[in-house]
Structure formats: structure tokens, C-alpha cells
Design a protein. Structure first.
Length: 703
């Protein structure tokens, strides 16, 4: 057979490659990989070697190999390897009790890889099969008790930070192994063998919480949500009665630090200098279509676990309200350590003596400084940080993620607004703060200079709700968020009425926002009524006005404010007339919202009485004085002189509200939220995270 030149050339090249390949050796497998291979083949290389496990855990764990090996297995192969997986887990757990820390590190990493590997093979309900494959069902109780005891010892002992980080990661991998935490049956053992005390010690220690606080808080938050609607959860019970001041302050510090950092980065982004007018226009136009929404939404999503932790603390533990209201000094590095906080809330104008300790803070000896703090450090508290965070999150809720985050913010505010102590603090005229709330740029209003005056925090709460009401009247109407927003306002007003608190606030801003909301609902009736029960929302709006009308003399700052309320109702009477007509039409046509529409017509009785009473008198006064139009002062003069002849109907239960309850209305929301947080954590944990070189460097001296 003849060989063509092309074939000869190809043959030479192939032989050259072969010769080249023959001279190079295959890379040698790590010894630990060879051992893994034996285990995954069903063999037991430890047999006959009494020193095997001592030597095995001195070798650097190869997490990547273990996880890859599991990914290649079929469920049947996994079940067949049950005994070997049990053996590896058993030996890892025994090794955690050793003093030789390099072995402990390798045991933790191996255990993390085994858990991720086994759970990575979907076995249905993640129940007894998972437990059986990991640790053996018969030995599970003993093994899990040993595991939790060892991890607790590591977390609370004098151990390197890297070792504690790995221990927390092990627990987090275990509790986030399933999308639905309540399906993860192995957590029953963590309910019995509590890690709550470990978390509390981490949070109570100023050094420890800086490094491990976020992971510890995430762990606690997920455990609190394990089968919370089905049975008694010991973590819920323990969190609800926790009164360790250092731990609660630490919990608040971890939350506030994360939110402060987010606020700081957002502020820096907003204040980035522009290179010129053309750049400013380009940037503005670009932001209309694209903006920084995606990046901000991603950062907001990462804070959902922090918000959920804040919610659980506020919802479950009344002692935590004191933490939210205790002052600290705000610096460029975020909130100071809670251990240095004082009972000086804001710019208190009187002096505090030892009795300050009763308010949950540390008594300040001697008079307060009369000079304000320097620009570099300003007195603030966790509530201020949270309000500013809310103002950022709510700016673009067209994004589903941010809508859910802001809903959680409003739920937290609702819970706080129902607390008597929190309200007394929010409305205290001697407790004043500067709260920088961000406002959404809108075409129909000028760029407003933020209110930098020092005021009671209730004013900032009202500013936040007013800003939401004004800026979210859109086609994709966030009905639920509006209901929550108005619910917060209602709770604040109920407290003011009950305690006769006269808050120095520009109430006209709220009244105008509410009237504009009514105008929007009327204009968009056809679109909104087919999707929402807007009459229910309108009742909320009208009853806020009724609360002012009926009880305003007990909490409005002055008689002039009460006069201004009547002036606004009379001036905008057309809006209320149109609302009544819309409600009457739906109440008489036997439509879907007939009952709510009927209730709305009844709720409008006093507003209509005011309009019908004063309008003829104003017209008459105008005609008598030969004036075609009246000034505000002239209208107010007519109003003041005709109060006596006005008859109003006493409406009951205006100062009553249904207290917040998570179950059953919000159960689905929180279940989905926890699922999302768990999913995000799993995505964030990579092989590199578990096998950080920095962890091993801490123990390099051992070699």
C-alpha cells in the first residue's frame, strides 16, 4: 500500500505526540483522593490500620473531589454506600473533640462536603432516608448530640476565628440543605440539642459578633422558622424570653451594621461627581431606562436575611424594642459597639439622672453637653438606620424582589407601631433625631431638600408613609403596601389620641397625600376596581380623616391645625363628592364590592356634613362681601364662626385596629421568604468558601 505525503506527515505528527506523551508522566493522585476512591468503591481502607484515622485527618480535605464524586452517583449507588458514609461521618464527629486543630479543620470540611453531597442527591422528602445515609438512623440521636456538643464547644471556646467560621458554616449547610426548611427532618435533632446558647454567646461578645455575627444571626433566623406553624419551636420560645442585654444589643448591632453599610454605599453612589452637564443629562436619561435598579436589588436581596432577623426580634421579643431606641454615635465606620451606648436618645434637652437605667440604657452622670456633636459623629440609633434603609428600598418596587423587601419593612414598622414603649419613644418631644430619608425623583415635583431638622422619630415615620403614598400611584397598583402604610399611620394616630400627644408635624402633607390618593383611585376606577377592592382602601383613607375630625382636638398641635383640616376638606370637596358618587354607584348595582362600597358611603357621612354645612355659609359670606374668590384666611374665619351649628355623627371604633398576626395571613409570605434566603445562601457557599487558604494558614504553625 502506498502512503501519500499527507498521510506520512500526519503519521509523523501522531508519533511525535506519542513520543512527547510517553516522556511525560501522569500527575500523581493525592493520597487523600486515593483513599476517597476506596471509600466510594465500597471498600474500607481503615481495616487493619490502627493509625489510619489519625493520619487521614492530617491530610488536607479535598472538598471538591468529594462533592464531584457524589454528583456522579445514582440514588441507588448512594444508598449502597450508606455504611461507608456513616463511617466517615462518625469519624468526623469523633475528630471534632480532638485538641489537634488541623485535624478538626479537616474533619469539619469533610463533614460539610458529605452533607452537601448527600443532600445534593434528591431523595424525596429529605426525611429518614437522609438521616439514615448520613449518620445511620439507629445512631442518629447519639451522633447528632456529639456533633452539636462539639460545635458548641468550638464556638464558645478560645479557638481561632477560622475554626469558628467553619463550625458555623457546617451548621448553616445543615439547616439550609433543603429549600423548605420545615422538610429537613434532621433539624429535629438541633431542636433537641440546642445551639441557641452558642449564638447568644457570639452576639454578646463584641469581638466575636464582628466576625461571626452575620452567620450566627442567619442560623438563628432559619432555626426560628423551622415548623413554626406546626409545633412548639424551642428557638422561638428562647428568643421570645431572651433578656440578656449584651446579646440583644449585639443582635441589634449586627443588623444595624449591615443596613448602615448598605446606606453608606447608596449615599456614595448618589453623590458620585458628574463630569459635566452633558454627562448629567446622559446619566439621568440612562437611569430612566436602566438605572442602578439591578445592582441595588441584588444588594437589597442580600439584606433580606437581616430584615427577617429584625422582624423576628421585634415580633417575638419585647425587650428588643429598647435596643432599637438606644442611641449610639454614628461614624464613618458604622454604629459603635452597643456596649458603649448611653441613654442619651437624640438631642435630649433635659438632664438624665440614674433613673435612665429604667429606660433600658446606661445612666449618664452629670449634665449633658450643650454643644451638638461634630459632623463626623452624629447621635443616632438603629431605628434611624432602618428608616433610611426603608426610604431606599421603596423607591423602585416594580422589581418583585424589592417589593417583597419593602413589604417586610412595613410589617416590621407595623409591629413596632403596636408597641406602647416604642410609641412613647417615637413621640417624645425631648428625643429628637435627624433622619435623612431619600426621595424618589419625579417629573411633577421639584427636587426637595431633605428635612435635616431634629424632630421626634414619629415625624420621620409619617414622612416615610407620606412619601410612599405620593410616589406609588401607578398602573401596577401595590394595594397591599398601601393598606400597610395607612395601617401604620392609623396606629400612630391611635397612640396620639389615647395619650393626648400633640406632635409638632406638618399634618397638611399627610392630608394632601391622602386626598391625592383618593383622586387617583377615582381617575383609575375602571382599571383598579377590576383588580382590587379599592373601596376597602378608600374606607381606610376616609377613616383617617374621620379620626382627625372626631378627635383631632385632642392630639393636633393647635386649634389652627384643626381649622386647617376643615379648610382642606372644604377646599377639596369635589374629590370627596366624586368618591361618594362612585361608592353609591357600586353600592346600588349589586356588584362584587357592594358591601365595601356601602360601608364607604356610611364612612363619608361626616365629611359630607362638613362640606354641606360650610359651603353655603362660605358662598353667602362671599356674596355679602361682594367677593368672587376668598383667601384662605377669609375661609377660615367663616369656618371658625360656624363650628357651633355643625352637627356631626359620632362614629365608633375609629381608634381601634386589628393587631398584627403572622398566622394565617402572612404564613405563605414568610415561608417563601425563608425559602429564598436559604436558596441564596446555598448559592453563596462554594468549595472555595469551605476550603479557604486563610483558614488553614491559622494552623500552618502546627505543621
Amino acid at each position: 500500500m502506498t502512503t501519500t505525503p499527507e498521510k506520512a506527515d500526519k503519521k509523523d505528527k501522531e508519533s511525535g505526540l506519542l513520543r512527547k506523551g510517553s516522556s511525560s508522566k501522569k500527575p500523581l493522585k493525592e493520597k487523600v483522593v486515593q483513599i476517597y476512591e476506596s471509600f466510594f468503591k465500597g471498600e474500607d481502607p481503615s481495616l487493619g490500620n490502627p493509625n489510619f484515622w489519625d493520619e487521614f485527618f492530617l491530610m488536607k480535605a479535598n472538598v471538591a473531589y468529594i462533592e464531584k464524586a457524589f454528583s456522579k452517583m445514582t440514588p441507588e449507588q448512594l444508598v449502597a454506600l450508606k455504611d461507608n458514609i456513616n463511617l466517615l461521618c462518625h469519624r468526623c464527629i469523633l475528630t471534632l473533640k480532638e485538641d489537634y486543630q488541623i485535624r478538626v479543620v479537616n474533619a469539619l470540611q469533610t463533614m460539610c462536603a458529605l452533607i452537601r453531597g448527600v443532600y445534593g442527591k434528591s431523595l424525596g422528602d429529605y426525611g429518614f432516608d437522609i438521616i439514615n445515609i448520613l449518620v445511620g438512623f439507629d445512631a442518629a440521636e447519639v451522633q447528632m448530640q456529639r456533633l452539636i456538643e462539639s460545635v458548641h464547644s468550638i464556638l464558645t471556646g478560645d479557638n481561632p476565628a477560622g475554626l469558628k467560621t467553619l463550625s458555623l458554616k457546617l451548621l448553616l449547610i445543615l439547616v439550609t440543605a433543603t429549600d423548605n426548611v420545615s422538610q429537613n427532618t434532621i433539624l429535629e435533632y438541633i431542636m433537641i440539642n440546642s445551639v441557641f446558647e452558642s449564638v447568644v454567646q457570639i452576639l454578646a461578645n463584641p469581638m466575636s459578633r464582628q466576625v461571626h455575627g452575620h452567620d450566627a444571626l442567619l442560623l438563628l433566623t432559619i432555626l426560628v422558622n423551622y415548623r413554626k406553624y406546626e409545633s412548639v419551636n424551642p428557638y422561638i420560645v428562647k428568643l421570645s424570653i431572651l433578656d440578656d442585654e449584651l446579646a440583644l444589643n449585639g443582635l441589634g448591632w449586627v443588623i444595624s451594621s449591615a443596613l448602615t453599610e448598605f446606606n453608606r454605599k447608596y449615599k456614595e453612589k448618589k453623590e458620585e461627581p458628574q463630569s459635566g452637564w452633558l454627562s448629567s443629562i446622559t446619566s439621568m436619561v440612562g437611569n430612566i431606562f436602566v438605572g442602578d435598579s439591578d445592582s441595588v436589588s441584588a444588594k437589597v436581596r442580600t439584606n433580606d436575611s437581616i430584615l427577617l432577623a429584625l422582624y423576628e426580634a421585634v415580633h417575638l421579643n419585647r425587650n428588643f424594642i429598647t435596643v432599637l431606641t438606644t442611641s449610639h454615635t454614628e461614624t464613618s465606620s458604622g454604629p459603635s459597639s452597643p456596649t458603649t451606648t448611653r441613654a442619651v436618645e437624640g438631642t435630649r434637652e433635659d438632664e438624665l439622672g440614674p433613673q435612665a437605667d429604667q429606660q433600658g440604657g446606661e445612666a449618664v452622670q452629670g449634665p449633658l453637653p450643650s454643644t451638638p456633636p461634630p459632623d463626623s459623629s452624629q447621635t443616632t440609633n438603629h431605628m434611624v438606620t432602618f428608616l433610611q434603609y426603608c426610604s431606599i428600598v421603596m423607591q423602585d418596587i416594580k422589581d418583585e424582589q424589592r417589593l417583597c423587601s419593602f413589604k417586610l419593612c412595613l410589617v416590621i414598622l407595623t409591629c413596632i407601631a403596636e408597641d406602647q414603649y416604642a410609641n412613647s419613644f417615637l413621640h417624645d418631644a425631648n428625643m429628637n433625631f435627624v433622619v435623612h430619608l431619600y426621595r424618589m425623583p419625579m417629573r411633577h415635583r421639584k427636587i426637595a431638600v431633605p428635612n435635616t431638622s431634629s424632630r421626634p422619630l414619629a415625624c420621620a415615620w409619617l414622612d416615610l408613609t407620606v412619601e410612599f403614598i405620593v410616589t406609588h400611584m401607578m398602573k401596577d397598583f401595590p394595594m397591599e403596601l398601601y393598606m400597610r402604610c395607612l395601617g401604620i399611620v392609623h396606629r400612630l394616630l391611635c397612640y396620639q389620641k389615647k395619650c393626648r400627644v400633640r406632635l409638632q408635624y406638618t399634618w397638611k402633607d399627610l392630608w394632601t397625600a391622602l386626598i391625592n390618593l383618593v383622586k387617583f383611585m377615582i381617575a383609575q376606577e375602571a382599571h383598579l376596581a377590576s383588580r382590587h377592592n379599592i373601596f376597602y382602601l378608600a374606607i381606610k383613607v376616609v377613616n383617617l380623616f374621620n379620626l382627625f375630625i372626631t378627635y383631632g382636638d385632642t392630639f393636633l398641635p393647635s386649634p389652627t391645625s384643626y381649622d386647617e383640616l376643615y379648610y382642606e376638606v372644604i377646599r377639596m370637596h369635589t374629590v370627596f363628592d366624586n368618591l361618594y358618587s362612585m361608592a353609591l354607584r357600586h353600592a346600588t348595582n349589586h356588584g362584587e364590592h357592594k358591601d365595601s362600597a356601602t360601608r364607604l358611603t356610611n364612612a363619608l357621612v361626616n365629611i359630607r356634613a362638613i362640606v354641606n354645612h360650610f359651603t353655603p355659609k362660605i358662598d353667602s359670606w362671599s356674596a355679602a362681601n361682594h367677593l368672587s374668590s376668598l383667601t384662605e384666611d377669609q375661609v377660615l374665619e367663616v369656618v371658625r364662626s360656624n363650628y357651633d351649628t355643625l352637627t356631626l355623627k359620632l362614629q365608633e371604633s375609629l381608634d381601634q385596629y386589628e393587631r398584627y398576626a403572622e398566622k394565617p395571613k402572612e404564613s405563605a409570605f414568610f415561608t417563601q421568604l425563608v425559602r429564598s434566603i436559604i436558596s441564596d445562601f446555598r448559592k453563596s457557599i462554594s468549595v472555595a468558601t469551605l476550603q479557604q487558604e486563610t483558614v488553614l494558614q491559622e494552623f500552618s504553625h502546627i505543621h
